[in-house]
Structures are given as C-alpha cells and as structure tokens.
Design a protein around this ligand. Structure first.
Ligand code: PMP
Length: 282
C-alpha cells in the first residue's frame, strides 16, 4: 500500500475512502503465468489511462508500478498469480466533499491464480444465462475506465444462479449483448468472430484475441451483437485476464449449436496459452 509491503491482513483503507463510499477508484488486473507477466504493458496503459481520466495521481511512474507488481509477486511466492493494482480517490483529511482534497491511494496485491472456469467447465463449456438486468452506461461512467461499478453485473449473476446457470451475459439498454461480470464475449459464425464494440470494457484478453486472429487469418470485428446472433452462433466464448478464453456451450438452458466446445474456440485457446511461453508477449 502506497510505499509499504504488508501482509494482506494488515492492508486497510479508511471507511471514509471515496473508493469505498462512492466507487471512486480505478484498477487493473494482470496475470502471471509460470513466473512471467502476460501483456503487462497493455494493462499499465489501461491503468494509467484510467488515472488520467479520473484525475488521480500516484507517486509512481509506469516503471515504478511495474517494479512494485514484480515485488508483490516475488513476496507472495506464487508462480502463477492474479495481480491487481488499484488507485482510490482516498479520504479527505478535513472531511471535505471536494474530491480534490482527497489523498489518492495506490495499492497492489498478488493472490494465487484461480481461473473463472474450472477444468471440467473448460472441457464442457460454461452454462450462461442472459440476465434480465441491463448494463447501465450511467453506472459504468466510461466503460473504458476499468471500474468497480458492478451492481448490474452482480445482480445479473444472481439472476443467472436463480436459473441454474454458471454466469451471466448482460444486455445494453438497446437490448444488444454487452459483457458479463468480469469478461467480454465473442460469437463465432461462419468462421468469423464478432464481439460487442461499445459500452464494454476494452478487455486486454479481447484485444489479445484480435491479435491472435490476425496471426492465423481468422476475420474478427467489433460491432453490434444481437441476442439472435448469440443464440444462432456456431460457437460462443468469453475472455478475461482471470480465465483466458473460456467456451460457452449452453445459453438459457439450450445448447449453442451442437452444445460442444467448437474448433475455433479450441484453436484460439491453445494459441493463447502457447503465447504465455513467448517472451514477445510478456
Ligand atoms: N468486462 C468487465 C466488466 C471486466 O471487469 C473485465 C475484467 N475485469 C473484462 C471485461 C475483461 O477484461 P480483461 O480481458 O482485460 O481482463
């Protein structure tokens, strides 16, 4: 926290912190696989972009943050971990209601890597429900700032659990597919990929899928993804730092295509994990 390394149990913030009271914070998460960070530069770009848009400052530059993250991983002892960096607005020493008076706080932690999907789910594909809660742009402020405005996503998750699904996909106000709690979504139709273009976090794993598609000549575009396109897709998968590329085979209780993990999803997943061995991608 700030300039100190502490055991997790001693890392505390004030109840008056604006991050806690008003969700006035930004963060990023990056994963470390076999001791190596994956696409750290892209995560730092997004984090520093968020700080600038929120007019927050931290006393470290990119190299400084990268060094702290490496130290967190080394101190944690985990070879594969999930590393989160956070900046909150902080608290105002005078209790003022002016955000400019708050003292911004920086913190980071490394915990063992635990994928969103377990090995069995990766084999058979996730069961997903379309949530009845919409992704509210006003709550997301600017979806390109990675934020903790998750009330719609969390309600979506409960809605999905109520219907025996494992996770949720949330629609935007126009009724098109947006994203899910912590992931972006892709549909594969006739050998081409499509992912929602706007109103979603520009995920680094989403970006990685575009990079992989360019390498192996699979067409991929960002555009409007309708619920019909989702239901009639040949394959669906979701992407996140916490889980990589994860197949979805059941939507609202019905199989997608033949209900099996498709060949494009398999190919991209394999390539994605192979890139973790490639120093050019760290
Ligand atoms: N959308 C939302 C709302 C998220 O919170 C996340 C990750 N936390 C993602 C998408 C996926 O982004 P990334 O691939 O960078 O992890």
């Amino acid at each position: 926290m700030d300039s100190q390394y502490l055991p997790m149990s001693e890392a505390k913030i004030s109840v008056l912190d604006w991050g806690f009271l008003h969700s006035d914070a930004t963060y990023d998460t990056v994963h470390v696989w076999g001791g190596r960070f994956f696409r750290l530069d892209l995560h730092l770009d997004r984090f520093f972009g968020g700080l600038e848009k929120l007019r927050m400052t931290i006393p470290f530059n990119r190299d400084g943050v990268a060094e702290i993250l490496h130290n967190c991983v080394a101190l944690s002892g985990h070879r594969s971990s999930y590393v989160e960096m956070i900046c909150t607005r902080g608290a105002s020493p005078t209790f003022s209601r002016d955000p400019r008076d708050a003292v911004n706080r920086f913190m980071a932690f490394a915990i063992p890597y635990g994928s969103v999907a377990n090995p069995e789910q990766m084999q058979r594909g996730l069961h997903v429900a379309i949530s009845r809660t919409v992704r509210i742009p006003a709550a997301s402020v600017d979806p390109s700032i990675k934020n903790y405005h998750w009330l719609d996503l969390v309600r979506g998750l409960y809605d999905a659990y109520d219907r025996s699904a494992e996770t949720a996909l949330i629609l935007d106000m126009a009724g098109n597919v947006a994203e899910g709690p912590g992931f972006n979504v892709f549909v594969v139709s006739n050998g081409a990929l499509m992912t929602p273009a706007s109103g979603v976090l520009p995920g680094i794993t989403r970006r990685t899928v575009f990079d992989l598609c360019a390498e192996i000549d699979i067409p991929a575009v960002a555009g409007e993804v309708t619920v019909d396109a989702l239901r009639s897709a040949d394959e669906v998968f979701i992407t996140s730092t916490a889980g990589g590329i994860m197949p979805v085979t059941v939507l609202d209780g019905r199989p997608i295509a033949d209900g099996k993990v498709g060949p494009v999803t398999r190919q991209l997943t394999e390539l994605y994990w192979r890139k973790h061995e490639d120093p050019n991608w760290s």
